[in-house]
Design a protein around this ligand. Structure first.
Ligand code: AVJ
Ligand code: FE
Length: 438
């Protein structure tokens, strides 16, 4: 007798692994071997590195740690160790060529599906609730997003195609901002089975009242910042951000260019007019911070973002997602690379929070003002290199996930982080302000 629904958990884990593999294939089968082994940007690994790294992690955690078997190819571990080799030097490593990387991936996956079939899903933290399988599916999806960034940086004609996102709700007249009452809420989680270590444990935070934008900042709003000389007015910038934009002549989001009077952007191999109604994407934390100051506002803290996304004022409970506890459906949020851009601001009415904040999940990663720090009671699990080694003031937290994030790696508690100069990621933001004490 088991006390957990093993059949349901196995199915969930199987679905998550298969969904991830389907996407990995989509991202790596649409270009030739030359493009798989090329480095499209010094910021990124060759796609064929990600491909084998995904399977090397899967082998380490599911074949070795869970099943207790020995290494299939111990000699390749160091090649695919992200800490041993920075991205810029990965093209010089003796990487598995594409056909070998694919064969390795298929071999590991066949073995892992046998492990999933034959492992009891309780009795230890790695196997309870199929955690390690969920972690590995999330890891593959995170690298799929990384590979999508590589596709965006790649030169040449489009290799990926998808229909534009729906715009239902985008025509509604929405208030510019939403008031979130002050008081405590539960941040983080202790009972979400596949939550990663940095999302744990659940704890109470007292957040004073604030206002937060109903929707992410749009290209149209951002264009007004540009037109108002935002990039040439030092007052709006942190000193490090000012130095960065001067040194690299940054005057617009990454991938934008002005042609005569018109702003164009390059998106997955196609150049198009900048759509004013969509959330801005490919801005650094410094750009987001400067825009907010120009607008007389500020970035939300991470706690403010999560309270807006999860707090239900009627019950005082924190939800898993803005719309409730149900897993994301296509009508809730722009996730999973179903579309290759954010949806117009105001879309996804069904995915709104109880207070009416929209598009918190999906579309664009949202910069917050917060450094990436552990929650009180944090314990590294299952390895320090996932989160713990990144804690500190070097990284800023991003929340909510982009159109390039799969549902398995996105929830109200999920935390992402990056350097404040990063702009090749699918990053946007919304702004906030303190509410006057009443
Ligand atoms: C959580 C997105 C910052 O891609 O660097 C992938 C995820 N960790 N492999 C990253 C991750 C190990 C990580 N981020
Ligand atoms: Fe990784």
């Amino acid at each position: 007798m088991t006390t957990v629904d093993e059949t349901g958990l196995r199915q969930r884990a199987l679905d998550a692994l298969q969904t991830a593999r389907h996407r990995t294939s989509l991202l790596t089968d649409c270009v030739d071997d030359g493009e798989l082994t090329a480095q499209h940007s010094p910021l990124m690994s060759p796609l064929v590195w990600d491909l084998a790294h995904i399977s090397n992690q899967e082998e380490q955690w599911l074949w070795r740690a869970v099943a207790g078997r020995s290494a299939l190819r111990p000699e390749i571990d160091s090649i695919y160790d992200a800490f041993e080799h920075p991205r810029s030097e990965r093209p010089t490593l003796p990487l598995l060529p594409p056909a070998e990387a694919r064969a390795y991936a298929a071999d590991v996956r066949t073995r892992v599906l046998d492990v999933l079939d034959g492992t009891a899903l309780e009795g230890g933290p790695l196997v309870d609730s199929a955690f390690a399988f969920g972690m590995i599916a999330q890891h593959e999806q995170q690298h799929d997003e990384t590979m999508l960034i590589t596709h965006q940086l790649r030169k040449g004609p489009a290799a990926l195609h998808a229909p534009p996102p729906p715009a239902d709700g985008a025509d509604e007249l929405l208030p510019a901002e939403v008031h979130v009452p002050g008081g405590p809420f539960t941040m983080g989680t202790s009972d979400e089975p596949w939550a990663l270590d940095n999302e744990r444990p659940a704890h109470t935070r007292i957040v004073p009242a604030y206002f937060i934008d109903t929707v992410p900042v749009t290209n149209g709003a951002y264009l007004r910042f540009i037109a108002d000389g935002g990039y040439t007015d030092r007052r709006w910038w942190r000193p490090e951000g000012w130095a960065q934009i001067r040194q690299h002549s940054v005057a617009a989001p990454l991938f934008w260019r002005k042609d005569g009077g018109q702003w164009l952007r390059r998106r997955f191999g196609v150049e198009e007019p900048v759509p004013e109604d969509q959330p801005v994407v490919h801005v650094s934390w410094y750009e987001a911070d400067a825009y907010a100051r120009w607008a007389g506002r500020r970035l939300p803290t991470e706690a403010e973002w999560e309270k807006a996304a999860r707090h239900d004022p009627a019950t005082g409970r924190s939800r898993r997602y803005p719309w409730g506890d149900a897993d994301p459906e296509p009508g809730h949020a722009n996730l999973g690379q179903r579309h290759l851009s954010p949806a117009p601001a105001g879309s996804y009415r069904e995915g709104g929070s109880p207070l009416g904040v929209r598009q918190l999940i999906g579309d664009v990663w949202e910069w917050t003002s917060s450094d990436f720090l552990p929650y009180p009671g944090f314990r590294a699990f299952p390895y320090k290199e996932y989160s713990e080694v990144f804690f500190g003031s070097e990284h800023k937290v991003l929340r909510g996930g982009s159109f390039a994030v799969d549902a398995v790696a996105c929830r109200g508690t999920f935390r992402n982080w990056d350097y404040p100069v990063r702009r090749q990621i699918f990053s946007g933001f919304r702004t906030a302000r303190d509410a006057e004490p009443s």
